[in-house]
Ligand binder design. Structure first.
Ligand code: HEC
Length: 166
């Protein structure tokens, strides 16, 4: 079948990915990278910090594919008390003025081990007692992940996960 030529009827967000709770359900089985003890300045620090990724980037790729989910955990105590963040490559023009193409999530693990979405969007607010409750002092995930510097790395900041230097 030939698909060449213009496809004027395609909606503007064709080919994008919108994540729901089942998409995060198995994250603890994904490829896991230790982020070390210290955060590079963004998140709270702790001895057990990890990034889990469902769709690892090809080693030389400068961007992550639409549909990529990166979960960041601070694993202190039982899973139901962990801090769990996620960035999801939705694609298209989502978050066009920030970390382009990426949606932010606050997640938690319930006592039965299920992954629950607490908040999502450009600046997820949670009501939790932590500095990210208002998106990081009211600043929001885009303050760091959508900065000009971060965008050189497709908005991914961890040296262990981000694309190679330009
Ligand atoms: C004050 C700056 C800052 C804010 C605000 C911030 N982050 Fe981060 N984030 C970082 C830095 C720096 C890293 C890499 C080092 C690390 O993991 O500690 C990171 C790492 C991550 C990672 C692992 C993948 C990556 O990009 O390296 C995810 C996922 C993530 N953050 C999600 C979020 C979400 C969701 C929010 C908002 C609720 C948020 N972050 C707010 C600075 C920030």
């Amino acid at each position: 079948m030939s698909c060449r030529g213009a496809r004027p009827t395609a909606p503007p967000d064709a080919g994008t990915f919108v994540a729901f709770a089942p998409d995060f359900a198995g994250f603890r089985q994904w490829q896991r990278t230790s982020l070390g003890r210290f955060s590079a300045g963004g998140h709270l620090e702790g001895p057990e910090q990890y990034a889990y990724i469902n769709r690892p980037r090809a080693p030389s790729a400068r961007t992550f594919q639409t549909g990529t989910i990166i979960v960041r955990t601070l694993e202190r105590g039982p899973p139901a008390t962990w801090q769990v963040f996620a960035s999801v490559k939705r694609g298209g023009r989502y978050n066009a003025r920030g970390n382009v193409g990426w949606e932010f999530f606050r997640l938690r693990i319930d006592p039965a081990g299920r992954v629950v979405i607490v908040a999502r969007g450009l600046n997820p607010r949670t009501g939790l007692q932590d500095p990210y409750a208002t998106g990081g002092d009211g600043a929001g995930c885009n303050t760091c992940h959508g900065s000009a510097d971060a965008r050189l790395y497709d908005g991914v900041l961890s040296p262990a996960v981000r694309p190679p230097d330009p």
